[in-house]
Design a protein around this ligand. Structure first.
Ligand SMILES: [Zn+2]
Length: 126
């Protein structure tokens, strides 16, 4: 097969697939990257999303859950145990659920845009 088109980085990342071929698994575990793609052999050692996915997820989940908690408090004034019962599980779902897709998207975008740490390479250039 000749070189095929690359998949969309968003679609490949959300599905946890290889950003080059869109077929192999990007992840070995929940958030652990596979060493390389089992379909095309792309080495995933370039991938370093750092704290990026966690920051996005925490900001988004915090905005949603705190907004809901404030709304419920102002409307119904439930006891504190009801708040703990509602928002404890919801914050776990809202943070752990999107963490893997977010990490996949950030790594796929990193590959798509050939992003890497800054280098002091003064030779030639493109
Ligand atoms: Zn691949």
């Amino acid at each position: 097969m000749a070189t095929s088109q690359r998949p969309s980085p968003i679609a490949a990342g959300l599905a946890g697939r290889c950003p080059q071929c869109g077929k192999g698994n990007l992840f070995n575990g929940f958030l652990t990257l596979a060493p390389k793609c089992e379909a095309c052999g792309l080495d995933f050692s370039f991938a370093d999303s750092g704290d990026g996915p966690a920051v996005f997820v925490i900001l988004f989940a915090g905005f949603v859950v705190v907004g809901l908690a404030l709304g419920v408090e102002f409307l119904y004034q439930p006891p504190y145990w009801a708040h703990a019962l509602l928002w404890g599980p919801l914050i776990l779902l809202a943070t752990l659920g999107p963490l893997r897709p977010f990490k996949g998207v950030l790594i796929a975008l990193q590959y798509h845009h050939d992003a890497a740490e800054g280098r002091l390479d003064r030779g030639g250039g493109r």
